[in-house]
Every structure is written in C-alpha cells, then in structure tokens.
Design a protein. Sequence first.
Length: 172
Amino acid sequence: GDDIVQPGRVDGGRRPEARVSVLESFVPLVLNAPCVADAAIARVDAAFEDAPYASLKGEGTLQGLGPEFIDEGTLVSKIGRTTGVTRGKITAFELDNVEVRYGLGLVRFDNQIEIRSTTRRPFSQGGDSGSLIYTTRDRRAVALLFAGNDDGLTYATPIRAALDALNVDLLT
C-alpha cells in the first residue's frame, strides 16, 4: 500500500503530486536462507495506465521475454536512474552466494547473474536498482538489477525468477 513516486523521494518527488503507483507486492528478504530475488511490483495509478510502458527511452521497444537460459558473453543493456543507458555483458550465471548488506543484515542470493560493463563507464551505480536488463541485440528482458560492488560488477535476478516470485507476467 505504500505510495510510489516519480521522481523518487531522493530526487525531490513528493506525495501526492508525484505519486504514480501503489506497492502491490514484494519478495520478502530473509536471513539465514538463500533468497531468489529482491523485487517488488506496484499497481499503476489510472492516470498512467496508457503510458508507453514498453518504450525503452531512445532504445526502441521492449520485445518481450528473453531466453530462459542466458549464457556468459551475452550482451545486455539497461536504463538506470543514476547511470542512464549502459552496456555490459554477462560474466556469470547461476551464481550462488551473492551477499548484499541491507538494514536487516547480510542477505544471500542464489541463482543470480553477474554483469560487467563493456565500456569505461560502470554498468550500474547506486540508484540503478530495479532497472530492467535486456539483451542489446533484440531488446528482450533477461534480468532485474538489484546490487553492485566496488569491483565494477553488477548483480541481477533472472527476470523469469523475479516474475515467478511476484506471481506476475511481463506485459509488452
């Protein structure tokens, strides 16, 4: 039921004028057991229902879900709040023991994807969490960004695992 604002509160968004949706569901984070995703879903307010949700802001249109199996070397892109459009490549998949510190403590994730930038710019930075990662070549959704580290690596949940955990389908 929490309000979702755009721009976010950190960027000056305030309720009620910046509200675009309401939190519908989320995947609970737990300690002492592997998590599958750090993901949430919101119900879009009626005023925004006709927004071009499949538009990738200068990149074209999202073309649906990517393949179930993503291999090392697959070229990917994302549009993030902090870094904008960036390019990278999958450097690991089915990665276990990805540890991320949250307010509740150290949370471990299994079956994740690791991405490294293919340019001099980082693939992600703080504030990019939640960005959709898609294949560069054919713009198909493959992952949901949730963390990064000081070594320039980005961690993401395979999109099908995030969708399954939230019990939703990707609409394009």
